[in-house]
Design a protein around this ligand. Sequence first.
Ligand SMILES: Cc1ncc(COP(=O)(O)O)c(C=O)c1O
Length: 398
Amino acid sequence: MGTFKSAEEFLRLHSPVRPVLGLRPHAARRAARWFQHHFPGKTLYAVKANPMPIIIDALYKEGIRDFDVTSMPEVEQMAAFPQVTLYFMNPVKSRATIAKAYYEYGVRIFALDCRAELEKISEATGAARDLTLFVRIACEGRGSRIPLARKFGADPDEVVDLLLAARSSAERLGVSFHVGSQAMEPCRYREAMHHIDALIVESGVLPDIIDVGGGFPSAYTNLSPPPLGHYVSEIKGCFDSMNVFETCELICEPGRALVAEASSVIARVELRRGGALYLNDGAFGSLFDAAHFGFVYPVVLLPQAPRSTGALKPFLFYGPTCDSFDLMPGPFYLPGCVREGDFIEIGQLGAYGHVLGTRFNGHGLYDEVILRDEPMMTMYGGLDGREDVECVAGSESC
Ligand SMILES: Cc1ncc(COP(=O)(O)O)c(C=O)c1O
């Protein structure tokens, strides 16, 4: 894998046929540093967001040792690293997977959100007494670009029983929630934590760990969240007032916020038809979230000078497959002169980008390069000048 100063330098030397992942591991390291410095607890990485070895290595080098895994392949990948702790946070797992994780890989931490899964975990581990169990509580997901409420989370009427049952099976008990991915409002964490606090009081079960999940946002062209410091302040303020022991641990498990800035895609324009650009990457590749959740990624025409000085015009993108859902509405603003054969860099694709791609229609293969320049947007006080500032908990209006 070659290393280049920028996508522009790479394209001066190469004319790639496939889409190219422009990897910026330094951006993942900066995000990990930020979380470890500012989050008042332990930061896990949700491997699902981007399991590429170069990204995992970057986070590991920066000191991340705790990983949220959701499947046996993720367990196997992460167990190869020394001194890591794996949290199996998928609330639904097969018995065989639970047993293999427990007996062969030493996984002791599992999430669940219903009685049947608790029984499964207990049976598959031989009624083990050394488990940390996380009860995941349902969370509405309002204010998040990708709500996760429908599929997972114990409902209010079953939570108290489940907390009592899990407490009696677990050496350590955690309570977790997920406000939904790309949470645009810090107050959603406050709401979820107040809800959990009320359930703790009602059940009389004191957890050893509060897990505020992922959901921490990244910056996109059409999504400009408050600084991450606001989220952390909100969480800290709520945690400090919760009815838990002083020894209760606080953890978070971001995916997107740690890695979104760590990859771009360099795509080629195969055809221009008016305001539509047909690219060699799309909804079945790394642009799933642009097609299905309306994410508008930052884009730039390469090389930037001199052609790119023309007025910007709105474009929609089509991907390379024959499927008509392979459509990213955008609008993506590019110079009006863009034409077949041009390359564009599409930024902020490090989380849920390439990892969601398929081989549909024979596409889905990428070249990879390392880029040393800054990501196109940042939440970490970089190019676009966004500064993370501390704020008083509860100051966000909701
Ligand atoms: C249990 C759990 N934790 C963490 C994450 C990561 O979320 P995000 O990428 O929004 O930070 C997810 C995403 O689906 C999840 O399901």
